[in-house]
Design a protein around this ligand. Sequence first.
Ligand code: BYC
Length: 472
Amino acid sequence: MAGIDYTERIPNNVNLSEDRRLQRALEEWQPRFLEWWKDMGPDGFQAKEAYLRTAVSVDVQGWAKFDYLRMPEYRWGIFLAEPEPGRLIGFGDHKGKPAWQDVPGEYRGVLRRLIVTQGDTEPASVEQQRHLGRTCPSLYDLRNLFQVNVEEGRHLWAMVYLLDAHFGRDGREESEALLQRRSGDRDKPRILGAFNERTPDWLSYYMFCFFTDRDGKYQLASLAESGFDPLSRTCRFMLTEEAHHMFVGETGVGRIVQRTCELMREHKTDDVRKFGGIDLATIQRYINFHCSVSLDLFGSEVSTNAANFYTMGLKGRFEETKKPDDHQLKEATYPVVELDGDRIATREEPALVSLNERLRDDYVADCVRGLTRWNETIKRHGIDVELALPHRGFHRAIGSFAEAKVSPDGRVISEAEWDARRRDWLPTEEDQAFVQSLMQPVVEPGKFASWIAPPPRGINGKPVDFEYVRLG
Ligand code: BYC
C-alpha cells in the first residue's frame, strides 16, 4: 500500500483504476493542469533537465528517488499517507466517533471552502515564482526552486483529488476554478492576500519560503488533525514535502545573512551594497514585510469561523492529539493580544474563537527559532546587530490590528508617525531596485552570486558543484 503505482497515467496509491468515474474526471483535468503549468510554471525552463526528487512511496523513510527530468514530465499524482486503522475524531462535538471516510453532509460547504482555500495557495505560489529562474544565484538554487514548484503543483493535485473524489459536480467546478484564478490578477485574484503579492527577486523568494510556506506547515498540520480522514491523510503526506520548502527558505536567508556578514567584516562597514551584498537593514525590512503578510494568513484573532471548523471536527489545533485537555474547549479561555483603543492589551478570550491566534502563536515561536539561527551567524562574525520579528500588530490587513498603525516594536502610532517612518520599516522602492540590480543569473556549476554564500553541502549527497540543472 505504501508503494505508488507509476504504471498508471496518474500515479497514485488510492487504487484510482477501481473508480472509473473519478479516474475519468482526473484524466480530463490532467491536460488542463499541464496547459496551466506550461503557461504559468517556471518561465524559460520547461525543456531543461533538472535533478529532482519524485515520491516513490509514502513511508517516512526513503520516500523519494532523485533523477534528471524535464518539469512537464514530472509524475504529478495522488499520494495519501497510510490509513491509521480505527482512527477516531480527536476533537470537537464528534470527538471519539470514527473518523469520516465520506464528507458529512451537513459540513459539505464548509469543508469544500477549506479545501479550496488550501488548494488555491499552491498554484498561486508557482505563478508568483515563475520568472525567478532567469535570475538564479546558482544551479543549486535553481534546482531547489524547481523542486518547490513541482511539489506545489503536486499539492494542487492533492486538493483536486479531494474535490473530485468527494464533492461531485461542485468539486469538479472548483477544480477548474483553481486553474482559472491568477496571482495578482485584478479580476480573478487568488483567494488569500499574501498569494497576490509579487515575488520579484530571490530575497523575496527565500523570505516567502521561510514565512509563507511556514504558514502552510501550520495550516496543513491543523488540517492533518481533521476528522475527515482523506483530508488528514493527504495533509500528512504534504507535510513531508513541505519540510524541504522551509529548509530552502531558512537556509536561503541564512546564506544571504552569512555573505553579508563576511562582507561587513572584510570591508569593515555596514554598507555592503557597494560590495555586492545586501545590508542587514534591508534584510530586516524584508523580514518585516513578509512576516506581516504571512501573519495575516491566520485570519482574525477572534473568529467564529475558526470556532466552527473546530467544533465540527474539520480543523484542529497544531499537534491536537498531544494536548492534555478535553479537546472541546467549551469552557477554556486563551490569552489574545489585541488592539484596545490606542493601546495593545492581552485579554482572555473564549478558547474556541481564539484558535487562529493560538495557531499564530505556534507559528511565531517557530519563526523565532529560525531568526535565532540567523542571529547566531551574525554573532559568530562578531557583529552587534540582531534581526527581529516585527510585532504582530505591525502592517496588518486582517484582524483587529488592521484598524491601527503599529510600529515594529509594538507601539500604536499616529498616521503621521507611520508616514514618516514607513521607509525605515518596509522595503522602499530603492531597496527593491537595489535588490533587483543584484539579480544577475549565475549558472556555472559551483559558482554563486556575490550576495549569497554557498551551502555547506549539496542535495542528496551530491557535491555543491554538481550540475543540478542541465542548461546546455
Ligand atoms: N486574505 O474569521 P476570519 C500554504 C477571510 S499556506 C484574504 O478572520 P478564518 C502554502 C476569510 O476567508 C496555507 N481573506 O478567518 C504556502 C473569511 O472570509 P468569509 C493555506 C482572508 O476564516 C506557501 C473572512 O476573511 N491554507 O499552504 O477563521 C506556498 C473572515 O475570516 C484572509 C489555509 O489557509 C487573508 N489573509 O481563517 C504554497 C487553510 N484571512 O468566510 C502553499 C485553509 C481571512 O467571511 N484556510 N480571510 O468569506 C483556513 O483555515 C481559513 O480560511 C483561514 C482564515 C485560516 C485562511
